[in-house]
Design a protein around this ligand. Structure first.
Ligand code: PMP
Length: 378
């Protein structure tokens, strides 16, 4: 029996090699990766610039601690600020999405002196105590009831936020596009109204961009479609293309004090090298434009095939909801067509490919999907 604590439902596939949008298993079978290990693979697998930056850093120094100068952190913060459009925000580096949200909630509470949090129905913010408390999934919240301070408002409901956000609310936390909740895009009006309501009540607005950020939506952050500036922006997943790294972008009005936030591994040399390499490639290869362009191409192709109940998303974050459970469809795509996709809930296929996805690769999926939908329609 395996010695691993059994928490993940595994596919019986063992990838041993990867390049660009492809994976190979131990038997040499090739798979097209349209899931990117859950939105993590942003620039494509084993990109040469990424491999050489990490190798170089590993040979120089891989880790010390945050008690010394780490100029790579400054380089990463500068490049992230410039590319994301938030050059005057400061960066706190962590190791995961949950940790980024945990720190954002903590900062908001310190900043306002308040305890209450507003989150949204079907939200997913991570599995640690604070993040899971703001996650609308009772099956992963421990009975200790961490979430006694959290209320869940309906997503995209302008009326609900009028009464739901008050001068007692420390933070509103929202995904610009809900990922685990089924690829639901926060409307531009909703995000603007949230910004306004947070300004009126002195509430900190946190945009969880862990899944929808880093260029995936066709802009660096998906909330930029609404033209709003959050107080805190959390990120992880695509930030390291597989190396664990997360961050919180923090608006200038927040005061830092030594010891308030901290983490042993956050901002280590190797993580920074990965983060810098990812930003270099996103910029050099215009991957944000590619996400918008190839995303639109994929969208049109899926719309042409039809057979779904609703198509949702932006850029290369696409959800196809059917009026039947998609487990079989997803398994047929994986085992018959050798294409990795994801699911959200029971009825939605979720696509989160690398931002470097090419049209020819999108075509492979479209052909497979059209065959499967044709079979289902028979
Ligand atoms: N926020 C969102 C929107 C996510 O999708 C996830 C992961 N699925 C998290 C936070 C948690 O990230 P991590 O697993 O890196 O802790």
């Amino acid at each position: 029996m395996s010695k691993l604590f059994d928490v993940y439902p595994l596919n019986n596939i063992e990838p041993v090699k990867a390049k660009g949008s492809y994976l190979w298993d131990k038997n040499g079978v090739q798979y097209l990766d349209l899931y990117g290990g859950h939105a993590v693979i942003s620039i494509g697998h084993t990109h040469p610039h990424y491999v050489s930056k990490l190798t170089e850093q590993l040979n120089a120094i891989s880790f010390y601690s945050n008690s010394v100068q780490i100029p790579q952190q400054e380089e990463l913060a500068d490049k992230l600020g410039a590319l994301s459009g938030y050059p005057d925000y400061r960066l706190f580096l962590v190791n995961s999405g949950a940790e980024a949200n945990e720190n954002a909630l903590k900062l908001a509470s310190f900043h306002t002196g308040r305890q209450k949090v507003v989150a949204f129905k079907k939200a997913f913010h991570g599995r640690t105590a604070g993040a899971v408390a703001a996650t609308d999934n009772l099956s992963i919240v421990a009975p200790v009831n961490y979430n006694k301070h959290v209320s869940f408002l309906p997503f995209n409901d302008l009326q609900a936020i009028e009464a739901g956000i008050t001068e007692e609310t420390a933070a509103v936390i929202i995904e610009g596009i809900q990922g685990v909740g089924g690829i639901k895009v926060a409307s531009e009006d909703f995000l603007k109204a949230l910004r306004k309501k947070c300004d009126e009540t002195g509430t900190v607005l946190i945009l969880d961009s862990v899944q929808c950020g880093y260029g995936r939506s066709g802009k660096f952050f998906s909330h930029q479609y609404a033209g709003i500036d959050p107080d805190l922006i959390t990120m992880a997943k695509g930030m390291g293309n597989g190396f664990p790294i997360g961050g919180v972008l923090i608006a200038p009005k927040f005061e830092a004090s030594h010891g308030l936030l901290g983490t042993t591994f956050g901002g280590n040399h190797l993580a920074c090298a990965a983060g810098i390499a990812v930003l270099d490639v996103i910029k050099q290869e215009n991957l944000i434009e590619n996400a918008a362009k190839t995303g639109a191409y994929l969208w049109e192709g899926i719309a042409g095939i039809g057979g779904y109940k609703e198509l949702r998303g932006r850029g290369l974050m696409i959800g196809i909801e059917y009026d039947f459970p998609v487990k079989d469809l997803r398994n047929r795509l994986l085992f018959e067509h050798k294409i990795f996709t994801g699911v959200a809930g029971s009825n939605t296929i979720r696509l989160l490919p690398s931002l470097a996805l090419r049209k020819e690769e999108a075509d492979i999926f479209l052909e497979a999907l059209s065959k499967e939908i044709g079979i289902l329609a028979l």
